[in-house]
Design a protein around this ligand. Sequence first.
Ligand code: 9MR
Length: 403
Amino acid sequence: MARLTLAVAPLLAIIPLATAQSPVWGQCGGIGWTGPTTCVAGSTCTVSNPYYSQCLPNGTGTTTTSGTGTGGALPTGTSTAGLSVVALAAGKKYFGSATDNPELTDTAYVAELSNTKDFNQITPGNSMKWDATEPSRGTFTFSGGDAVVALAKKNGQLVRGHNCVWHNQLPSWVTSGNFDNATLTSIVQTHCSTVVGHYKGQICKYSPPHSWDVINEPFNDDGTWRSDVFYNTMGSSYVAVALRAARAADPAAKLYINDYNIEGTGAKSTAMVNLVKSLKASGVPIDGIGVQAHLIVGQVPSTLQANLEQFTALGVEVAITELDIRMTLPETAALRQQQKQDYQSVIAACKAVAGCVGVTIWDYTDKYSWVPGTFSGQGAACPWDANLVKKPAYDGIVAGWQS
Ligand code: 9MR
């Protein structure tokens, strides 16, 4: 339990403490933290992420933890409809969550992740990436990805494969190999065909990846190509090379290009439209555009639905692949209510677009969200809080599918 309640403070007073209490805003927990794990009066130890807990001041609308998992004074979600139940009722294929291997030892977390009324799809957050699957050239390791697929199979959940080619989480043998075009082309082919081939599905409704983010984040925000080892060595040809290799390795998988900041119309979305058009014109296999949707409370783009429509008009499906909606901490009741509206808007946009096949949230609980570790002072982006209590966002998702 990373959160400590002030209600147990009197009990702690009789326990000899090896260390002093942390000050307001001080660290009070997290993996590897050996300092104090209690906070001075007037503040509460609150989980930001598995690596960092912080003493946040009380009385400012923060989750003044009760230790009972009720989310304190903040409003919570009340619906019991089931997020995938309502998504399927709306004609979609899935509602899912990202997950990650270290989280799979958390029994309470896994129990909810395995609740197929909420999630009939999961995405491995890290364990199918290049650094995990081909840490040295030609040596493939699938244990992490296999564990996620095994869980999905046990639960009867779909899997989205994530990902084959990305500028990030690349081993240095790829980034620093100084390969020429022909050699890197062969490396990309081998990587994508081996990884996608490993997870190739039989004719089976569940568990084998039913879609793959073959290409992840190819563009800069202004719509120009991202300068990475693939583009710098192969030009834009790496996209077709990877897609063709993936198609050959698993002809049944839906092949996606996935990116962020392509939720609304704009230069980056236009670049995606143009790329998909040119791939289709050249006969390169492409089935879908993944819209990550790492959004900010109060800032859901008003052109989201129109943008999804311009994507599906190209003859591909779309999916919301990594949805979360972050806020500047501390959480307040008002922010939670706005977040509920924002989740509802995103889901309603997917619902309204026939070719939007499903939505995946980028983990379901703030306990394991990537946000606080990347955006300082921000978080609370997921529909469940760090105590695995549903927030109003849950009800917003249900309302979106039922709109
Ligand atoms: O959730 C992932 C996190 O655990 C990793 O530290 C991070 C490293 O880059 O990648 C996160 O997932 C990213 C995803 O693969 C692609 N889109 C952005 C996601 C959030 O950073």
